[in-house]
Design a protein around this ligand. Structure first.
Ligand SMILES: N[C@@H](CCC(=O)N[C@@H](CS)C(=O)NCC(=O)O)C(=O)O
Length: 205
């Protein structure tokens, strides 16, 4: 398999961690950010968004990092990682959709404000409102987590990978985290995975 995307993109990190959890490997090629190469006709024919990551597996091309995770989990038969039956797949899918639709948008705003924009272009009120929303969303996660142990009973699923990269970003960005203890323990548990250490916690939010 080939994974197109720069190693410091959070969504590429997500795919790399997923590969590691499943014991799979893919040859990674830099695309995006300073490497460019995402606005060519060739790349757009693989991923019409011109974003990273893109996974190529023989004749199969997959974009959207959460779909890449599900694809990797299902590629060699049903796995705990992506769910073995409709009920497990639904439980995993709920959190993956929630990551993309509810948690990522406000966290992305905080990231852009604090990391991407120069200080003179930052909007403190916008950052505060987005952070408030992040905390509302993390409260949803907090009350859904067991007091200790995995989110869905399994060691690691695609949902943990999707949520884990978000928690990495949150704890890396926010000087005084206000997420509840269950969320902090969940983050610590995921941060102990070798794939997280190798691909996600690379010194960038
Ligand atoms: N929903 C998409 C988002 C992909 C995305 O926004 N990728 C960013 C990097 S994390 C990107 O391609 N940015 C432009 C670039 O790196 O050139 C996914 O999860 O794969």
């Amino acid at each position: 398999m080939k994974l197109l995307g720069r190693a410091d993109s959070l969504n590429v990190r997500k795919a790399l961690w997923g590969l590691a959890e499943l014991g799979l490997t893919a040859e990674r090629e830099d695309r995006g950010g300073p490497f460019g190469g995402t606005d060519t006709e060739d790349y757009l024919s693989l991923n019409p968004n011109g974003l990273v990551p893109t996974l190529i597996d023989g004749e199969t091309v997959v974009w959207e990092s959460n779909t890449i995770l599900r694809y990797l989990g299902e590629r060699s038969g049903p796995t705990v990682f992506s769910g073995r039956d409709p009920a497990e797949r639904a439980a995993i899918g709920e959190w993956m959709d929630w990551q993309l639709g509810a948690l990522n948008p406000p966290l992305q705003t905080v990231f852009i404000q604090l990391v991407r924009l120069n200080e003179d272009r930052r909007d403190a009120a916008r950052t505060a409102a987005a952070l408030d929303d992040v905390h509302k969303q993390l409260a949803v996660l907090g009350r859904s987590l067991p007091s200790d142990g995995p989110l869905l009973g399994a060691d690691v699923t695609a949902a943990d990978v999707a949520l884990g990269v978000m928690l990495h970003r949150y704890y890396a960005l926010v000087a005084e985290p206000k997420a509840d203890d269950r969320v902090a323990r969940y983050h610590a548990r995921l941060a102990g995975r070798p794939g997280f250490a190798a691909h996600v916690a690379i010194g960038k939010p």
